[in-house]
Ligand binder design. Structure first.
Ligand SMILES: *Cc1c(COP(=O)(O)O)cnc(C)c1O
Length: 369
């Protein structure tokens, strides 16, 4: 791997393949895999990731919003794409790009049928979501008759899948709650299937659901974070490989005398002689201010260098007092080994999901294969 000469996010497709295969090994042979590629494939590169996953045997994709699905289609992605959070104003676009909406409320169901009918669609594939305890999006039990009756009156749409989402699949202390969600989903979906007279695909598990609740795999699973290399626990993360490495370089080195300050608001005041390195990466690149003031750290020549003072928009300063390094040297912000995005996120009491999806679009993505 060539040394970084600017801030870059390297994406390792071999690691992606490893993660895909590891997750597949947890499934029965006929269980389908939906890859969640929302938010630029968790901050990496949705189009390139989706195109690569199409060469493995992925069955489905999901994005959060319609425009994310449009970008995938424009890049040539041909597998079905579920839009998890479609908004009515985008329904015409969604149909134009053959994207498949999650219909989660009576209003959104009726509005979609109206638009599909106007657009002369028949049997347009849609997905019905049940709320089984997350209380975010989804139909409740009392809506089931309404859904069935509404479906009977139209030939504009056809239900391709029924699904729900787990609230705490990574937290084994919430096992009872999760098992209850799984049962609720079984009941709701069986009731609707009886009324509809046909059985669509059923799916419920996200990554931690796949790993912790094999009994809830149903016909398909939806994986996001696992594909990108994190298992939401030390044990599970060991079997996965983070696909992204965020690198930068040392722009300048400073000697800070005792009593001098570093950075905005003079947030750091030196109690002794030390050395800092200034790096071209800041909160506009996705390293939030919560990583400042010694919480977050980077790795330089194998050693930890904590962030000194406040994170600036385009720069951070790190303490390199005990590190041999010079201007131009490569810096690892997070990578697959010791300083993972999971551990960096933990240093500031957040989660890998937030850190990796925050890496802004101005950071150059480089694909490794
Ligand atoms: C984001 C999302 C997922 C993926 O979850 P991971 O924990 O990243 O595997 C699955 N299903 C839904 C509905 C989501 O919103």
């Amino acid at each position: 791997m060539p040394k970084a000469q600017e801030t870059v996010l390297e994406i390792d497709l071999n690691a992606l393949k490893h993660n895909f295969e590891h997750l597949k090994s947890k499934l029965k042979d006929n269980t389908k895999v939906l890859a969640v590629v929302k938010a630029f494939a968790y901050g990496s590169d949705a189009c390139k990731i989706a195109k690569y996953l199409e060469t493995l045997d992925v069955d489905y994709f999901a994005v959060a919003y319609t425009n994310e699905g449009v970008a995938l289609r424009q890049a040539g992605v041909t597998k079905p794409i579920l839009v998890l959070h479609p908004i009515a104003i985008n329904f015409k676009t969604l149909i134009a790009y053959c994207l498949e909406p999650n219909l989660y409320s009576s209003k959104i169901l009726e509005t979609f049928i109206e638009v599909a009918t106007q657009e002369n669609q028949t049997n347009y594939p849609v997905h019905i979501k049940f709320n089984t305890g997350l209380n975010r999006l989804g139909f409740d039990e009392r809506d089931i008759d309404f859904i069935a009756n509404t479906l009977k009156e139209t030939s504009g749409i056809k239900v391709k899948s029924l699904f729900s989402h787990l609230a705490a699949s990574e937290d084994l202390n919430e096992r009872e709650f999760t098992l209850n969600q799984i049962n609720t989903f079984k009941q709701y979906s069986e009731k609707l299937i009886n009324l509809m007279g046909y059985a669509p695909i059923r799916h419920m598990c996200n990554t931690s659901g796949i790993l912790n609740y094999p009994e809830a795999h149903f016909d398909m699973v939806r994986t996001g974070i696992g594909l990108y290399g994190f298992g939401n626990s030390e044990k599970e993360s060991k079997n996965l490989k983070p696909i992204a490495t965020l690198k930068t370089i040392i722009s300048q080195i400073h000697t800070i005398e005792k009593g001098e300050s570093v950075g905005y608001n003079r947030a750091f005041k030196s109690k002794s002689l030390l050395k800092t390195a200034t790096l071209p990466i800041g909160h506009a690149d996705g390293i939030s201010r919560i990583y400042g003031k010694g919480k977050g750290f980077v790795t330089i020549n194998g050693k930890k260098a904590p962030i000194v003072g406040n994170v600036c928009m385009d720069m951070i300063m790190v303490n390199i007092t005990n590190i041999e390094c010079e201007e131009g040297d490569e810096v690892i912000v997070f990578g697959p080994e010791h300083n993972t995005a999971e551990s960096l996120a933990e240093s500031a009491s957040t989660i890998s999901y937030e850190l990796i999806t925050s890496i802004s679009q101005r950071v150059k993505r480089i694909l490794l294969k």
